[in-house]
Design a protein around this ligand. Sequence first.
Ligand code: BGC
Length: 480
Amino acid sequence: MSEAIMSSFRYRPEILQGVGELLTYDLKKYEDWFLLDATVLKKITDDFVKELEKGLTKEGGNVPMNVTWVMNFPNGHEEGRYLTIDMGGTNLRVCYVSLCPRKRDFEQTQRKYKIPSEIKSGTGEQLWNFIADHLQAFMKENFIEAPEDQPLPLAFTFSWPVYQKTIRSGILQRWTKKFNVSGVEGEDIIPQLEAALARKKIPVQVVALLNDTTGTLIASHYRDPHVKVGSIFSTGTNAAYMEECRLIPKLEEYGLPEDAKVIINTEYGAIDNDCKILPLTSFDRQIDEESLRPGTQIYEKMVSGLYIGEMIRLIMLKMHGEGQLFQGQDVTRLRQNNALDATFLSIAELDISEGLDDMREEFENELSLSPSIDEMKVCRYLIGLIATRAARLYACGIAAICKKNKINKCHVGVDGFVFNKYSGFKDRAMQGLRDIFDWPHDEVGPISLNASEDGSGVGAALAAALALKEGRQIGIEQIG
Ligand code: BGC
């Protein structure tokens, strides 16, 4: 193992203290698979840059590089009241946001609703009705009413790849994460949502459709103009940045002004769908094969919150089969697909108690297993390897955007429960950036990852304000 990685990887010595020689020796292959040194990260980053560039061409590539039609950052003078709906991988969040002009400030009321699994794999009609029902209930609870004959402006944050001809339309390219709703892929989602809103006579008008990364970029830039990239690291993984239109070959015939810019939602979770760049292990291949959409979102499946729980489950199961873990115990629950999520890993890594008490409780609750302390130490070590790989690969995506755009210094606004709640993730990702860009160890990195919140509240409201201000939807509809 290289020294740079050893120094960023603090687990092995403490965690494995006292664990038998044989087990320690057997972990070597996992280190070889999961510890990616600086040379590997640099090569991956350079290949990622090519994938991003290809996505901007007319022919396109694996990475959609979707044009969002958000062509400006807010200037701080935006005002008004907006309803926002955020449909994410886990929750539906409805907000009512008031933007306060000149203060870069806002007020908001919000409510979160868990999206049931039957909705995630139901029909489009069920999904849109679910959203409309909750919006209606939210408006009622908060006494939100539209002035007569004037529907309230609504911004819709939709965390899936859509092809947009205007800021208020979008054809779903494909479902990702655990969603598989019928009748929506290949269709414009806005008329479908609007039909449900009209059926229930909800007095709103959709004025902007945006991705969660676009909302994060707008909201973080609103507070901190040094932010140049907005990213989500959560159930899924993705990033958005502002691109110069003259560098987007697929926009050539749109005749946009020479200095025009537009936010690109990269959808870089789809990087390497050809499986030519990333060092996939047999576990990654298994996760992909057993997923709803094999052959898609290959990068996302190696790094994001939805899959890292599955990774440790598969490894523990393999080690059990090899006679190294949980011998003589009933592993029925460990055999169940997706029995673990990122929370299991996060709790295990946070546990600093001598007896690893929290981790033991998780093993009991989630898997009905009673591991020995040595077994837990080994698992915790493996969890560290998995999370470190995820963070370092995540750094490659951010580094690729910066490299492609010759950004040497900036802030990156990152939202998502794994980034915000998984202790140590940010440091590991920052170490990844340091290794990729060869920043001296004693200097603060010029590109920093900063926690950002509220992309789907204030970010969406700002996107709505910008869309209304510029009346852009009409112009773009004509040239699209
Ligand atoms: C989706 C993106 C989204 C990301 C984070 C991915 O699966 O394709 O649109 O931004 O998850 O939510």
